[in-house]
Each structure stands twice: as structure tokens, then as C-alpha cells.
Design a protein around this ligand. Structure first.
Ligand SMILES: C[S@@+](CC[C@H](N)C(=O)[O-])C[C@H]1O[C@@H](n2cnc3c(N)ncnc32)[C@H](O)[C@@H]1O
Length: 351
């Protein structure tokens, strides 16, 4: 079983309410999803997404009792907006990302995510992806490997590890790679296993985790209704940095460099930070579930400007279709598309 991390805190931050519509972008074992469905009952709806078809199967079995209120999709959250448009699932009251891997994936001895089990060096979330960890390990140049391990693993011994890997190739399995990593940085004591950072780097690269997260955050905001909540739980500093920078930037009215005297960017805040400080698990949670120890939760609420309020009010009332909708649509294209359809439907009804 996967134990959901920061469960109470996530539900609270999402502000789950009866009848609300929510998206769980990383449905995994269905732990957070089950709590959202319970709390949003009666009338709540949940769209659950996961890139891993096995995770979707697990969630479907676990959430069977809620089958009428849930739509489960095997997709990458990098396509969040397209998924929501396809299934007409927006605007929503809250969107959750619980990043990384579930215990079901880490403990699976065929997926190659963990150096605790011997398995082929795969690490793909979905079998439809082309590149595996073995492809990277066996084809990248020494310089490329060192760069990848340093950037995605924040591994300070990347310059020692990369030549060692190149010398020992081909490397096809997790335990052989873990052994090579131990040898490459032997004698240098650390708190964590010598393979931890390189495995993290490979997993991030194979699944393009950081690129997908950046793309999805932007799309998520476009799908939130007014006062809708965005909640992200991350497990390593690279993910958390992306979430922190994104939420802080989008919570500002001006993003001009500090040296600029008057604002020239015209940027308007579209988020309000719910808590300025990051939320981390209690000691009790970490003792119960050691995998939660690195978790960080950040949450923000979607806000709109006065002009936008007027703009949406106009459309909602079906009074007129303001000029410039295309130009403004870039911020929340999905919502604008829905409003456009509502507007067209209203016009058809009235004529
Ligand atoms: C930590 S688990 C989620 C656990 C879940 N919250 C629960 O309570 O059971 C993270 C899940 O996100 C999925 N995932 C990671 N990156 C993804 C992506 N880009 N698109 C869709 N799913 C992704 C993984 O396959 C995994 O099942």
C-alpha cells in the first residue's frame, strides 16, 4: 500500500467542499483521491490522472465505490489542459499534484526505480515512452552523463561517477549500477546511499519530470475557477524550486527587476499564496511513513483582477462578446474556450 503523504494538510489546503470539482494530477494509489471524494460528497467530482497505466488500474480498483463521481485517465499531466478540454472538466475548485513515485512503483521489482531491487534499468512511468534509463546510461557521453547527474541529481561527485560508468558499460540492471556507483564514490561518507542521487537524476531525465511540471503548473492555473486552489507536494529541491518560483512569481503584480523605477512588465497577480511558509510533515507522520520525510507542500489560490471580473461577468451574462478575447485568452485559454462555447450556445438559444 502507498500511504498518502500530508493527507490532512492537502485536503485542507484544497479547501475541499461538498459538490466541488477537483483534479488529482497524480492519482497513484488513490489515497488522496479517496479523501477528496469523501470530503466532496455529495455531488463532488474528481478527474484522476496518472501517466502510469498500472497506477490507474490500482486507483480504479480502490475507488470503485465512487465510480459515478470519478473519471480516471491514463495520461501525462503535461497535457492537463487538453485532457480537461477533451472531457469538458473545467473550471475546477482545486488541483492537486503529489509528485514523484508511489511506494507501489518503488517497491515493484520490475520497474527499475529502486536500487533495493534487481531489475532492468527502465524507470519509465509509461511503457509508451521510448527512452529508458539503460539507454541514457549506455549511450550518453561522459560529459553528458556528468552534466545530467550533477544537474538532476545535485551530485557533487558527478565528475568521478561519469567516467566510471563509461568504463564499466554496458550496464543493464539496477544492482549493477548501484554497485558501480558505490565503487565510484567509495570512501566518501554521506548520509544517503551513494546511488540515491544518480538514480534520482536518471528518473528525472527519463520522465522529463521538470519540464512536465513547469508546463502543467501553467496549465493548472488556467483551469481553476475563481478562488480555486492549487496544491503541490514535492519531494526534492529541484521540484520544490520550480513550484516556489512559479507560485511566488504569479502572486506578484509586478515582476520587473528591483532596479526598475516604474513597472514596465504589466504583470498581474493570478495567485494568492495560502501560506507563505512551506508545509512539511510532522515528526509523527515521518515516523509512521519515513518516505514522507522530504515532502514539501505549497498551496495558492487563483485570483482575478478587477478587469477580468468585469470581463467574465459580461460573458456570463451573455451581454456581449468583448473584442480582444483572443488576446487575453492566453492566460486561461481553456476557460475562455468554455466561455466562448457558452456564449455561442446562448446566442443560438436567443436567436
Ligand atoms: C506520489 S505518487 C501519488 C500517490 C497518490 N497521491 C496517492 O495518495 O496514492 C505520484 C504518482 O504520480 C504519477 N506521475 C508522476 N509524474 C507524472 C506525470 N508527469 N503525469 C502523470 N502522472 C505522473 C506517478 O506515476 C505516481 O503514480
Amino acid at each position: 500500500m502507498h500511504i498518502p503523504v500530508l493527507l490532512k494538510e492537502a485536503i485542507e489546503a484544497l479547501g475541499v467542499q461538498p459538490g466541488g470539482r477537483y483534479i488529482d494530477c497524480t492519482v497513484g494509489g488513490g489515497g488522496h483521491a479517496a479523501a477528496i471524494l469523501e470530503q466532496s460528497s455529495p455531488g463532488g467530482q474528481l478527474l484522476g490522472i496518472d501517466a502510469d497505466p498500472k497506477a490507474v488500474e490500482t486507483a480504479r480498483a480502490r475507488l470503485e465505490a465512487h465510480s459515478k463521481s470519478i473519471l480516471l485517465i491514463n495520461e501525462n499531466f503535461a497535457n492537463l489542459q487538453a485532457i480537461c478540454i477533451k472531457y469538458d472538466f473545467f473550471p475546477v475548485h482545486g488541483i492537486l499534484f503529489d509528485l514523484g513515485l508511489s511506494s507501489l512503483q518503488l517497491n515493484n521489482d520490475e520497474r527499475g526505480f529502486s536500487f533495493q531491487h534487481d531489475a532492468p534499468l527502465d524507470m519509465r512511468l509509461s511503457p509508451s515512452q521510448k527512452v529508458t534509463a539503460a539507454d541514457i546510461i549506455n549511450t550518453f557521453s561522459e560529459t553528458e552523463l556528468a552534466h545530467l547527474i550533477r544537474t538532476y541529481g545535485e551530485e557533487r561527485y558527478s565528475h568521478k561517477i561519469a567516467p566510471y560508468i563509461v568504463q564499466q558499460r554496458p550496464i543493464q540492471t539496477t544492482l549493477r549500477l548501484a554497485h558501480i556507483l558505490e565503487l565510484a564514490i567509495r570512501g566518501r561518507k554521506g548520509r544517503i546511499h551513494p546511488a540515491t542521487r544518480t538514480f534520482q537524476a536518471l528518473r528525472i531525465a527519463v520522465n522529463q519530470e521538470l519540464e512536465h511540471l513547469e508546463a502543467a503548473l501553467r496549465q493548472a492555473v488556467s483551469l481553476l475557477g475563481i478562488n480555486g486552489r492549487l496544491v503541490v507536494i514535492s519531494y526534492h529541491s529541484l521540484e520544490d524550486r520550480i513550484v516556489k518560483q512559479f507560485t511566488q512569481r504569479e502572486a506578484k503584480d509586478c515582476i520587473c527587476p528591483p532596479s526598475t523605477l516604474t513597472c514596465v512588465c504589466g504583470h498581474k497577480a493570478i495567485l494568492r499564496l495560502i501560506s507563505k511558509k512551506v508545509i512539511t510533515p510532522s515528526l509523527a507522520e515521518v515516523q509512521l511513513n519515513p518516505r514522507s520525510r522530504s515532502a514539501k507542500l505549497r498551496a495558492a489560490e487563483h485570483v482575478i483582477t478587477r478587469n477580468e471580473q468585469l470581463f467574465y461577468h459580461d460573458i456570463a451574462e451573455g451581454l456581449r462578446f468583448p473584442a480582444g478575447i483572443e488576446a487575453r485568452g492566453w492566460r486561461r485559454p481553456a476557460l475562455v474556450e468554455k466561455l466562448r462555447r457558452t456564449f455561442v450556445a446562448l446566442q443560438i438559444n436567443n436567436s
